[in-house]
Design a protein around this ligand. Structure first.
Ligand SMILES: Nc1ncnc2c1ncn2[C@@H]1O[C@H](COP(=O)(O)OP(=O)(O)OP(=O)(O)O)[C@@H](O)[C@H]1O
Ligand SMILES: [Mg+2]
Length: 247
Protein backbone atom coordinates (compact mmCIF):
# COMPACT_ATOMS: atom_id res chain seq x y z
CA UNK A 1 0.00 0.00 0.00
CA UNK A 2 1.05 3.58 -0.66
CA UNK A 3 0.04 6.40 1.63
CA UNK A 4 0.75 10.13 1.52
CA UNK A 5 0.05 11.87 4.80
CA UNK A 6 -0.22 15.64 4.90
CA UNK A 7 2.45 16.09 2.22
CA UNK A 8 3.59 19.67 1.69
CA UNK A 9 6.03 20.73 -1.02
CA UNK A 10 7.18 24.17 -2.10
CA UNK A 11 9.75 25.24 -4.65
CA UNK A 12 11.05 28.60 -3.46
CA UNK A 13 7.97 30.65 -2.69
CA UNK A 14 5.74 28.49 -4.84
CA UNK A 15 3.61 26.13 -2.77
CA UNK A 16 2.75 23.17 -4.96
CA UNK A 17 1.44 20.56 -2.52
CA UNK A 18 -0.37 21.95 0.51
CA UNK A 19 -1.29 18.91 2.55
CA UNK A 20 -1.95 15.98 0.26
CA UNK A 21 -3.62 12.98 1.90
CA UNK A 22 -3.97 9.96 -0.31
CA UNK A 23 -4.12 6.19 0.05
CA UNK A 24 -3.52 3.77 -2.78
CA UNK A 25 -4.95 0.40 -1.89
CA UNK A 26 -3.21 -2.76 -3.02
CA UNK A 27 -4.44 -4.01 -6.40
CA UNK A 28 -6.40 -0.93 -7.38
CA UNK A 29 -6.00 1.42 -10.30
CA UNK A 30 -6.07 4.97 -9.00
CA UNK A 31 -6.25 7.85 -11.45
CA UNK A 32 -5.07 11.34 -10.50
CA UNK A 33 -6.71 14.09 -12.52
CA UNK A 34 -5.74 17.72 -12.39
CA UNK A 35 -5.10 20.78 -14.50
CA UNK A 36 -1.67 21.36 -15.98
CA UNK A 37 0.86 22.63 -13.43
CA UNK A 38 -1.09 21.55 -10.35
CA UNK A 39 1.65 19.22 -9.12
CA UNK A 40 0.61 15.80 -10.42
CA UNK A 41 4.12 14.88 -11.57
CA UNK A 42 5.55 16.30 -8.34
CA UNK A 43 3.16 14.12 -6.34
CA UNK A 44 4.12 11.00 -8.30
CA UNK A 45 7.83 11.66 -7.80
CA UNK A 46 7.27 11.77 -4.03
CA UNK A 47 6.15 8.12 -4.15
CA UNK A 48 9.57 6.97 -5.39
CA UNK A 49 11.55 9.42 -3.29
CA UNK A 50 12.78 11.46 -6.26
CA UNK A 51 11.32 14.49 -4.48
CA UNK A 52 11.16 14.79 -0.69
CA UNK A 53 8.33 16.59 1.08
CA UNK A 54 8.96 19.68 3.20
CA UNK A 55 6.46 18.29 5.64
CA UNK A 56 4.42 15.10 5.89
CA UNK A 57 5.13 11.46 5.16
CA UNK A 58 5.23 9.10 2.23
CA UNK A 59 4.65 5.51 3.26
CA UNK A 60 5.28 2.62 0.88
CA UNK A 61 4.66 -0.92 2.13
CA UNK A 62 4.58 0.32 5.69
CA UNK A 63 7.83 2.29 5.70
CA UNK A 64 8.40 6.03 5.61
CA UNK A 65 10.60 6.21 2.53
CA UNK A 66 12.23 9.45 3.63
CA UNK A 67 13.53 7.89 6.82
CA UNK A 68 15.40 4.92 5.42
CA UNK A 69 18.86 4.28 3.98
CA UNK A 70 19.63 4.72 0.28
CA UNK A 71 20.05 0.96 0.00
CA UNK A 72 16.62 0.28 1.46
CA UNK A 73 15.04 2.94 -0.75
CA UNK A 74 16.66 1.27 -3.75
CA UNK A 75 15.05 -2.03 -2.73
CA UNK A 76 11.63 -0.41 -2.50
CA UNK A 77 12.09 1.34 -5.84
CA UNK A 78 12.83 -1.99 -7.49
CA UNK A 79 9.22 -2.91 -6.89
CA UNK A 80 7.93 0.30 -8.51
CA UNK A 81 7.84 0.87 -12.26
CA UNK A 82 7.77 4.54 -13.24
CA UNK A 83 6.65 5.78 -16.64
CA UNK A 84 7.99 9.31 -16.86
CA UNK A 85 5.95 11.97 -18.60
CA UNK A 86 8.56 12.58 -21.30
CA UNK A 87 9.68 8.95 -21.47
CA UNK A 88 13.14 9.70 -20.01
CA UNK A 89 14.92 7.31 -22.36
CA UNK A 90 18.70 7.10 -22.58
CA UNK A 91 19.38 8.63 -26.00
CA UNK A 92 22.66 6.83 -26.54
CA UNK A 93 21.16 3.36 -26.04
CA UNK A 94 18.87 1.41 -28.32
CA UNK A 95 15.33 0.42 -27.37
CA UNK A 96 16.37 -3.04 -26.20
CA UNK A 97 19.00 -1.70 -23.80
CA UNK A 98 16.69 1.03 -22.52
CA UNK A 99 14.05 -1.54 -21.67
CA UNK A 100 16.61 -4.00 -20.25
CA UNK A 101 18.08 -1.40 -17.87
CA UNK A 102 16.11 -2.33 -14.71
CA UNK A 103 17.17 -5.98 -15.21
CA UNK A 104 20.80 -5.14 -15.95
CA UNK A 105 20.96 -2.98 -12.80
CA UNK A 106 19.46 -5.79 -10.77
CA UNK A 107 22.37 -8.10 -11.71
CA UNK A 108 20.40 -11.29 -10.98
CA UNK A 109 19.39 -12.09 -14.55
CA UNK A 110 21.17 -14.08 -17.20
CA UNK A 111 21.42 -12.65 -20.71
CA UNK A 112 18.85 -15.16 -21.92
CA UNK A 113 16.36 -14.16 -19.22
CA UNK A 114 16.89 -10.51 -20.03
CA UNK A 115 16.37 -11.14 -23.73
CA UNK A 116 13.19 -13.14 -23.12
CA UNK A 117 11.66 -10.62 -20.79
CA UNK A 118 12.57 -7.59 -22.92
CA UNK A 119 11.14 -9.16 -26.07
CA UNK A 120 8.00 -10.15 -24.15
CA UNK A 121 7.29 -6.61 -22.90
CA UNK A 122 8.15 -5.09 -26.29
CA UNK A 123 5.59 -7.46 -27.72
CA UNK A 124 2.99 -6.26 -25.19
CA UNK A 125 3.42 -2.66 -26.33
CA UNK A 126 3.62 -3.67 -29.99
CA UNK A 127 7.24 -2.72 -30.51
CA UNK A 128 8.83 -6.08 -31.19
CA UNK A 129 10.26 -4.76 -34.46
CA UNK A 130 11.77 -1.66 -32.88
CA UNK A 131 14.19 -3.34 -30.47
CA UNK A 132 17.30 -2.13 -32.25
CA UNK A 133 16.22 1.39 -33.10
CA UNK A 134 17.70 4.37 -31.28
CA UNK A 135 15.39 6.76 -29.37
CA UNK A 136 16.03 9.47 -31.98
CA UNK A 137 14.46 7.17 -34.58
CA UNK A 138 11.17 6.80 -32.68
CA UNK A 139 7.93 8.76 -32.82
CA UNK A 140 6.60 10.32 -29.62
CA UNK A 141 4.09 7.51 -29.17
CA UNK A 142 6.77 4.87 -29.65
CA UNK A 143 8.99 6.54 -27.03
CA UNK A 144 6.12 6.45 -24.59
CA UNK A 145 5.54 2.77 -25.26
CA UNK A 146 9.25 2.05 -24.73
CA UNK A 147 8.96 3.83 -21.38
CA UNK A 148 5.97 1.66 -20.49
CA UNK A 149 7.84 -1.51 -21.51
CA UNK A 150 10.75 -0.49 -19.30
CA UNK A 151 8.41 0.08 -16.36
CA UNK A 152 6.93 -3.41 -16.81
CA UNK A 153 10.06 -5.44 -17.45
CA UNK A 154 11.02 -6.15 -13.85
CA UNK A 155 7.41 -7.18 -13.05
CA UNK A 156 6.97 -4.63 -10.28
CA UNK A 157 4.09 -4.67 -7.82
CA UNK A 158 3.41 -0.99 -8.43
CA UNK A 159 3.43 0.98 -11.64
CA UNK A 160 3.20 4.76 -11.69
CA UNK A 161 2.25 6.21 -15.05
CA UNK A 162 2.69 9.92 -15.76
CA UNK A 163 0.43 10.82 -18.70
CA UNK A 164 0.72 7.45 -20.45
CA UNK A 165 -1.77 8.25 -23.22
CA UNK A 166 -1.32 11.98 -23.72
CA UNK A 167 -0.24 12.72 -27.26
CA UNK A 168 -0.89 9.21 -28.57
CA UNK A 169 -3.29 8.46 -31.39
CA UNK A 170 -6.64 7.07 -30.20
CA UNK A 171 -5.93 3.52 -31.31
CA UNK A 172 -2.61 3.28 -29.51
CA UNK A 173 -4.20 5.07 -26.54
CA UNK A 174 -6.85 2.43 -26.29
CA UNK A 175 -4.28 -0.31 -26.53
CA UNK A 176 -2.33 1.28 -23.68
CA UNK A 177 -5.57 1.56 -21.68
CA UNK A 178 -6.27 -2.13 -22.28
CA UNK A 179 -2.74 -3.01 -21.24
CA UNK A 180 -3.07 -1.04 -18.00
CA UNK A 181 -6.38 -2.75 -17.23
CA UNK A 182 -4.87 -6.16 -17.99
CA UNK A 183 -1.83 -5.66 -15.78
CA UNK A 184 -4.14 -4.54 -13.05
CA UNK A 185 -6.71 -7.27 -13.23
CA UNK A 186 -4.62 -10.23 -14.34
CA UNK A 187 -1.32 -9.62 -12.59
CA UNK A 188 -2.68 -7.69 -9.61
CA UNK A 189 -0.37 -4.74 -10.23
CA UNK A 190 -1.27 -1.65 -8.21
CA UNK A 191 -1.38 1.34 -10.56
CA UNK A 192 -1.34 5.08 -10.12
CA UNK A 193 -2.08 6.92 -13.33
CA UNK A 194 -1.71 10.66 -13.78
CA UNK A 195 -3.66 12.00 -16.71
CA UNK A 196 -5.71 14.82 -18.19
CA UNK A 197 -7.37 12.24 -20.36
CA UNK A 198 -10.83 11.81 -18.83
CA UNK A 199 -11.75 9.21 -21.44
CA UNK A 200 -8.83 7.04 -20.35
CA UNK A 201 -9.55 7.76 -16.68
CA UNK A 202 -13.13 6.53 -16.93
CA UNK A 203 -12.02 3.35 -18.70
CA UNK A 204 -9.26 2.23 -16.41
CA UNK A 205 -9.89 3.64 -12.94
CA UNK A 206 -11.24 1.92 -9.86
CA UNK A 207 -10.99 5.28 -8.16
CA UNK A 208 -10.43 8.83 -9.40
CA UNK A 209 -9.04 11.72 -7.39
CA UNK A 210 -8.73 15.37 -8.36
CA UNK A 211 -5.65 17.33 -7.34
CA UNK A 212 -6.44 21.01 -7.14
CA UNK A 213 -4.69 23.90 -5.35
CA UNK A 214 -2.29 21.50 -3.71
CA UNK A 215 -4.84 19.19 -2.13
CA UNK A 216 -6.93 16.18 -3.07
CA UNK A 217 -10.25 17.90 -3.59
CA UNK A 218 -12.29 14.95 -4.89
CA UNK A 219 -11.83 11.25 -4.17
CA UNK A 220 -14.47 9.04 -5.75
CA UNK A 221 -15.11 5.50 -6.85
CA UNK A 222 -15.34 5.13 -10.62
CA UNK A 223 -18.96 4.11 -10.31
CA UNK A 224 -19.87 7.29 -8.40
CA UNK A 225 -18.29 9.91 -10.68
CA UNK A 226 -21.61 11.22 -11.99
CA UNK A 227 -22.72 12.03 -8.44
CA UNK A 228 -19.74 14.29 -7.67
CA UNK A 229 -20.85 17.92 -7.46
CA UNK A 230 -17.45 19.62 -7.46
CA UNK A 231 -17.53 22.14 -10.36
CA UNK A 232 -13.93 21.54 -11.48
CA UNK A 233 -14.47 17.79 -11.53
CA UNK A 234 -17.68 18.28 -13.47
CA UNK A 235 -15.73 20.31 -16.04
CA UNK A 236 -13.60 17.24 -16.73
CA UNK A 237 -16.75 15.15 -17.09
CA UNK A 238 -18.30 17.72 -19.41
CA UNK A 239 -15.40 17.28 -21.80
CA UNK A 240 -16.07 13.55 -21.77
CA UNK A 241 -19.78 14.03 -22.42
CA UNK A 242 -19.11 16.43 -25.27
CA UNK A 243 -16.81 13.87 -26.87
CA UNK A 244 -19.45 11.16 -26.50
CA UNK A 245 -22.03 13.35 -28.20
CA UNK A 246 -19.73 13.90 -31.16
CA UNK A 247 -19.31 10.13 -31.42
N1 LIG B 1 12.21 20.29 -9.59
C1 LIG B 1 11.46 21.39 -9.59
N2 LIG B 1 11.98 22.58 -9.21
C2 LIG B 1 11.22 23.69 -9.16
N3 LIG B 1 9.91 23.73 -9.49
C3 LIG B 1 9.34 22.58 -9.88
C4 LIG B 1 10.07 21.36 -9.94
N4 LIG B 1 9.24 20.38 -10.35
C5 LIG B 1 8.04 20.96 -10.54
N5 LIG B 1 8.08 22.28 -10.24
C6 LIG B 1 6.95 23.20 -10.30
O1 LIG B 1 5.86 22.60 -9.62
C7 LIG B 1 4.64 22.90 -10.27
C8 LIG B 1 3.89 21.63 -10.57
O2 LIG B 1 4.61 20.90 -11.57
P1 LIG B 1 4.17 19.49 -12.11
O3 LIG B 1 5.17 19.10 -13.12
O4 LIG B 1 3.96 18.56 -10.97
O5 LIG B 1 2.76 19.81 -12.77
P2 LIG B 1 1.76 18.79 -13.47
O6 LIG B 1 0.48 18.82 -12.70
O7 LIG B 1 2.43 17.49 -13.64
O8 LIG B 1 1.52 19.51 -14.88
P3 LIG B 1 1.36 18.86 -16.36
O9 LIG B 1 -0.05 18.34 -16.40
O10 LIG B 1 1.57 20.00 -17.26
O11 LIG B 1 2.38 17.79 -16.51
C9 LIG B 1 4.99 23.74 -11.50
O12 LIG B 1 4.79 25.09 -11.18
C10 LIG B 1 6.47 23.45 -11.70
O13 LIG B 1 7.11 24.57 -12.24
MG1 LIG C 1 3.10 16.43 -15.22
Amino acid sequence: MIELIDVHKSFGKKEVLRGVNLKVVSGECLVILGRSGTGKSVLLKHIVGLIQPNRGKVIVDGVDINRISEARLYEIRRNIGFVFQGGALFDSMDVFTNVAMPLIENKNFSYKEIEDRVMHVLDLVDLQDAAFLMPSELSGGMRKRVAIARALVAQPGYILYDEPTTGLDPIISDRINDLMIELNSQLGVTSVVVTHDIHSALRIADRIVLLSNGVIKVNTKRSDVWDVDDPEFRDFLRVFKALKEIE
